[in-house]
Design a binder for this molecule. Structure first.
Ligand code: NAD
Length: 246
């Protein structure tokens, strides 16, 4: 651990890439971990595509029911999220690029300006036709009141959570910010991601090519492990506090 702490201490501009694995210890299941949603029900991945959502009203109705009972509404940040706040207080954390939609980094106290939500957030809805954006709570109230698939109040279009589904492009500005952050860091810390989803996973290669040291903290192997100077497999809620409070 001493070598790892030295690597972290030597870095002056750190960028974190976080994934679903940092929130499993807050009670939000990941997709591809041993207890992940897709590991347990492989067929459910198909329902996460934009095409299935737009073409099949039944998929939308099921999605709204799933949103009503999503664990994110009651989840609290865990010690891993809080450790990144401690790291930020040292003045060396430039950004947290997160694939998570749960806002737990911000809830833990990370500066919202430094959190780049690559895959959006479940706390808002967006209309797929006119782009009207509103708090998710409004749509969930309508579902509870008896609208199983509430349409956009402005144009009648299909409403969806403001998250990126398979087959949906990332916001260009958001991706650009993430790329700039990883290309100017000296340490990239990957926390809780299988690095199976592009373009998020490709940010690791981008950082390495720009000269950053890569540290991967993930319970299972990733396709980018060969680029990492340090690989740690311990549970993040124990590991990150130990790294940031040596
Ligand atoms: P993933 O499910 O593909 O991979 C998560 C990885 O984290 C796995 O390799 C697993 O072994 C590891 N892991 C799980 N718990 C861990 C722990 N406590 N300590 C260390 N490692 C742990 O997740 P991903 O790479 O983020 O990609 C999934 C996609 O699904 C993302 O695009 C994300 O937007 C979305 N998603 C988000 C949430 C969330 O917001 N919390 C939850 C599920 C999925």
């Amino acid at each position: 651990m001493a070598l790892v702490n030295t690597t972290l201490a030597a870095a002056s501009r750190i960028v974190v890439l976080s994934g679903a694995g940092i929130s499993t210890e807050s009670g939000i299941p990941d997709f591809r971990g041993p207890n992940g949603l897709w590991t347990r029900e492989p067929g459910s991945q198909r329902l996460s595509s934009l095409r299935a959502y737009t073409e099949d009203p039944e998929v939308r109705r099921r999605s709204w029911q799933a949103r009503l009972s999503h664990p994110v509404w009651s989840a609290e940040p865990n010690p891993a999220h809080r450790a990144l706040v401690t790291l930020e207080h040292t003045g060396r954390l430039a950004a947290i690029v997160t694939q998570n939609i749960d806002r737990l980094h911000q809830k833990a106290g990370s500066d919202p300006e430094r959190v780049i939500e690559l895959h959006g957030s479940i706390f808002d809805t967006v209309c797929l036709s006119c782009g009207d954006r509103r708090p998710m709570s409004e749509a969930l109230d309508r579902v509870r009141a008896g609208e199983p698939d509430p349409p956009c109040l402005v144009c009648g279009g299909i409403l969806k959570s403001a998250t990126i589904s398979f087959g949906q492009s990332l916001d260009r500005e958001v991706l650009l910010r993430a790329k700039e952050a990883v290309q100017t860091c000296d340490l990239m810390l990957v926390t809780g991601s299988s690095l199976a989803v592009q373009p998020a996973a490709g940010l690791v290669g981008l950082a390495a090519r720009a000269g950053a040291t890569v540290m991967i903290c993930n319970a299972s192997p990733t396709p980018y492990d060969h680029l990492a100077a340090v690989i740690l497999r311990d549970p993040l809620a124990e590991l990150l506090p130990a790294l940031t409070n040596p």
